[in-house]
Design a protein around this ligand. Structure first.
Ligand code: A3P
Length: 258
């Protein structure tokens, strides 16, 4: 078929124009669930519903911004692959205090494999010497300055948007406002879309595209974290500080984890 409007044919899968590339446990699910409420966004990995719900929107619907979530921040090959497939793809990274992120990551693993060693044990090569085990992914993912460097070899900083995982919880509308600006779509998702669910302890949506009922994220989002030795938390805070500061400098934004 011809392709007058520059939209892809039915059934063709094209690369998303925007990717949520991380970080794991930063709040990536929340960003995806919140942004997909926007009428100009189509999140992949879901049913397109073209012939029922969205038929009235016509083929213009295919000019919606497509968005996908793929936890790629750690992979060294991923930036070049994404770049080679589509260098215009906008990248979204949700970042969170690396210490909290590591504990969240560990808590998730523990929920699936209860027999793993303690967080305190896995964090260090030598705890008395304070040698952090940077080969442990739960630690490594939080060294944002390092990963950013490899992405910046392919993508200009202006093509990467950083969402504060902390502000995403305290001010979801503000944070989503900036995401919409970055994607070049109208600020249609506003504070009217959110309410704070006291039971969940997190902001939830008042309604979604498919339902008029309020919706919170699932049970695996917003788990109670394992208790960690406060001394270890301090040691990790120290460990991350130079990486955090370098990250703030590169991005030009202070995420206030110090
Ligand atoms: P915790 O489970 O440690 O609290 P991801 O989706 O990238 O795996 O991130 C999960 C984290 O998203 C959760 O980590 C939670 O803190 C955070 N989050 C942010 N906004 C949320 C929301 N509205 N509802 C639930 N979790 C949210």
């Amino acid at each position: 078929g011809s392709n007058h409007s520059g939209s892809p044919k039915l059934g063709t899968k094209r690369l998303p124009q925007a990717l949520i590339v991380g970080v794991k446990k930063g709040g990536t699910r929340a960003v995806l669930e919140f942004i997909r409420v926007h009428p100009d966004v189509r999140a992949l990995g879901t049913e397109p519903h073209f012939f029922d719900r969205n038929y009235g929107r016509g083929l213009d619907w295919y000019s919606q911004i497509t968005l996908e979530k793929t936890p790629a921040i750690l992979s060294l090959k991923r930036p070049s692959r994404i770049f080679n497939m589509s260098r215009d793809t906008k990248l979204i990274v949700v970042v969170r205090n690396p210490v909290t992120r590591a504990i969240s990551d560990y808590t998730q693993t523990l929920s699936k494999k209860p027999d793993i060693p303690t967080f305190e044990g896995l964090s260090f090569r030598n705890r008395t010497l304070g040698l952090v085990d940077v080969s442990w992914n739960a630690i490594r993912i939080g060294m944002y300055a390092l990963h950013l460097e490899s992405w910046l070899r392919y993508f200009p900083l202006a093509q990467i948007h950083f969402v504060s995982g902390e502000r995403l919880i305290t001010d979801p509308a503000g944070e989503m406002g900036r995401v919409q600006d970055f994607l070049g779509i109208k600020r249609l998702i506003t504070d009217k879309h959110f309410y704070f669910n006291k039971t969940k302890g997190f902001p939830c949506l008042k309604k979604t595209e498919s339902s008029l009922l309020p919706r919170c994220l699932g049970k695996s989002k917003g788990r109670t974290h394992v208790q960690i030795d406060p001394e270890v938390i301090d040691q990790l805070r120290e460990f991350y500080r130079p990486y955090n500061i370098k990250f703030y400098e590169t991005v030009g934004q202070d995420f206030r984890w110090e």
